[in-house]
Each structure stands twice: as C-alpha cells, then as structure tokens.
Design a protein around this ligand. Structure first.
Ligand SMILES: Cc1ncc(COP(=O)(O)O)c(C=O)c1O
Length: 389
C-alpha cells in the first residue's frame, strides 16, 4: 500500500511530511528529482512505466500533486507553473457565453485574466461582495458556470462563508462549480473541499513554497471526471512546473504546519500592537474581535493567518516614509515567505485595478499590506515602532 493511500486518518503535520511518497527501490528518503523530459519505451507505444513524457507526467510532480491532494482533503492534485497558470487552465474548461461570478476583492492578476484575456473569448464575469449573500444570489445568470472566491481576500482580508455560498449554489437550477483560492489560508488553516467547494486553487508561490524562491500553482479537486478534464487541459496547454520546483515545494510542505503556526502567532501580536498605535487608523486582521467577520473566521478557519492590512493616518508621503524606514520588513510584492514583507497595494499589487474600483471596495491610498514572517515578533514590533515614530 502506498503511504498516501492510508493517510486519511493521520494528523496534518504527519501527512505534510509523508503523504504522496514511499521510499523507492534505493531507499531514498526524499523523492528523487526526475530531471528527464522523456522515458524509454520497450516497444513502440509501450513505455517501461506509466511515464512517457514529462509535460504529461513526471514522478517528482506526482509526489507533490498527491501530497497536496491529501492535505486539501481532495482526491486529485494538479500542479502548474504559477497560480495564474492554474486559474488560466481552469478557465479553459469554459466556452463563449459562459459566465463567472468572482468576489470583489480579489488578486489583481485574477481579475486581469478575466477582464483582459477571457472576456474577449466570450466568457463574461460579475464581481460581487460575497460577504453579502443576497448580493451573491442576485449575481447569478442562467449561464453562470463558475464561482471564484478568495477567502481571506487580498488585500482587505474579507472572510466569505464558503459553506453558505456552496449551499446557495446547490439550490440553483444549474449549480456552478465553486472554486476557492486558498492561497492566504493554506490547507493548514482552512479546508474548502470539506465545506462544499469543488475546486481549491493555490498560488504555491506563497505559503506552500514559504521561502520566496519558487513560482507555482495548483488545483485540487475531489471529482474524478472534473480531474480528468483538468488533466487534459494541463497536458494540452502545458503550463507545468519543473521537477526541481516540484522538489522545492515538496520540501516546503513538510514544514508548512510549523511555519503557519509561527506566522499566526506573530501576526496576532503585531495586529494587537498596531491596533493601539496612534499613527494607525485601522487594522484589518481576522483574528481581532473588531474584524467584521471575526466570528465566521473563528468557525471556518483553524487560526487567522499571517496577513495583516493596515490603514495609516496621514498621507501617501507618510506611508512612503514609513515603508522606507523599515529595516527588517522588506518592501516587496508577494507574501507567505519566512521573511516579513510589506507593500503598498494602491501603488504595487493592486495598481492595475482602476482607482474608482479600489476606492469603491475600500482599498484606501494609505493602506499597507503586511506579510508577517517568522522572525522574532519582538524584533518585528520594534522595527514597526521606529518606522512609525
Ligand atoms: C491570492 C492569490 N492568488 C493567486 C495569485 C497568483 O499567483 P502567481 O503569482 O503564483 O501566479 C496571487 C499572487 O500574488 C495571489 O496573491
């Protein structure tokens, strides 16, 4: 029996280390990196194993895909060259005339793909505040085929009720597929497939990778027929990750639980510090009782994550000065690494979103987004204190 087959009764930390791989005939404790594009065949059309060509399948990628499937309580994992490549492959399943409902506060690149790539192929979309279930019901059209949501959302850290949204979807005459971008929460904190979603998506560039050294993406599903369609498009469109990147992600998954625990502990301390600071007008962190969906976050997530958004008092010049004074936090896009990063969404990650839309949904000009790393919280708080002074 493969280790991955008997993983369901094990605890998360054990699965993160063992799922998907059993030492091979050499006894190698870590999965080998199969740096091969092709595989020898015994006779034409009869490969020596199930492998023929590495775009279609690669043993190192298989280990990563199987481990992610186990961690997300799914049956099938598919890995991609980036989070955007994963979403792109999913959207390829649809046809002109189809319609997508997408949460209003969403990674800018996700919106860019819908607005600037798929709209011209006839796939329309409606953005909707999915914390408002009535607004969500009204966003359906008779052609709605996909619900795409991010929770916690980027950068406003809104929490959407996955189970309630899936229930509403089930009541439609033609239920759509529900896809949850689980990048911010990770499978350690939240299990969308267990809450009724059909698809979990990841930018594994973030917490799954955890060390800011890989770009990657993933889709995880339960349903075999859906997985087969996705495998077809993964192979046909070819946005697959390299074996070396898969190896790095396998290595990273082993420490996901310890890293996430440290991210969550540090983030709560920093959120509490910032909440009491006179230069801060608002702290958005799902773990604070002041967060509008704190109760839902407590119910839906196992902890509150490592992301904090903060609105500073003062003007953009003060924000700039604060960002440049920091010495431990690195001013950079991306998130989820062991090192603390900070960024200015209106100018950086969300600059592609029109200012009017940013304003409408609450991405203020003085909002900064913090990806709290796993350094010592005392040093992080001291750095924020001196930069705000
Ligand atoms: C929530 C979320 N989803 C998807 C993506 C896209 O992932 P990638 O950059 O790996 O293509 C990002 C990137 O920042 C993200 O933050």
């Amino acid at each position: 029996m493969k280790k991955s087959d008997k993983n369901s009764e094990l605890q998360f930390a054990t699965k993160a280390i063992h799922a998907g791989y059993t030492p091979d005939h050499t006894g190698a404790v870590m999965p080998p990196v199969y740096l091969t594009s092709t595989y020898a065949q015994v006779s034409p059309g009869h490969p020596m194993s199930k492998y023929e060509y590495s775009r279609t399948a690669n043993p190192t990628r298989d280990v990563l895909e199987n481990c992610l499937a186990v961690l997300e309580n799914g049956n099938h994992g598919l890995c991609f060259a980036s989070g955007c490549a994963a979403f792109n492959t999913l959207l390829q399943l649809f046809k002109p005339g189809d319609h997508v409902i997408v949460s209003d506060d969403v990674y800018g690149g996700t919106l860019r793909l819908l607005a600037n790539v798929f709209l011209q192929w006839g796939i329309s979309y409606t953005q909707c505040d999915m914390t408002n279930l009535e607004a969500f019901k009204k966003a359906y059209t008779e052609n709605t085929v996909l619900i795409w949501l991010e929770t916690p959302s980027n950068p406003l850290l809104k929490i959407m009720d996955i189970a309630a949204l899936c229930e509403i979807n089930k009541m439609q005459s033609k239920p759509a597929l529900v896809a949850v971008d689980n990048t911010f929460a990770t499978p350690y904190l939240q299990s969308p497939l267990t809450l009724g979603a059909d698809i979990v998506c990841h930018s594994s560039t973030k917490y799954i990778g955890g060390h800011s050294d890989v770009i990657g993406g993933a889709l995880i599903v339960k349903d075999k027929a859906l997985a087969e369609k996705l495998y077809y498009y993964q192979n046909a469109t070819g946005a697959i990750p390299s074996p070396m990147d898969c190896f790095l992600l396998i290595r990273s998954l082993k420490t996901l639980p310890v890293r996430m625990k440290a991210h969550c502990e540090n983030a709560l301390q920093i959120a509490e510090f910032l909440q009491n600071h006179p230069k801060v007008s608002k702290v958005i962190y799902p773990g604070l009782s002041t967060h509008p969906q704190h109760a839902l976050a407590k119910k839906q997530m196992r902890d509150f994550g490592g992301m904090i958004s903060v609105v500073l008092k003062g003007d953009v010049a003060f924000v700039n000065q604060f960002l440049q004074r920091l010495t431990i936090f690195t001013l950079a896009e991306s998130l989820g690494g062991v090192e603390s990063l900070i960024e200015h969404p209106a100018v950086m990650t969300h600059a592609a979103i029109p200012q009017a839309h940013r304003q409408k949904i609450g991405i203020e000009e003085t909002l900064v987004r913090i990806s709290v790393g796993i350094e010592d919280a005392k040093d992080l708080i001291a750095d924020l204190k001196q930069a705000l002074a």
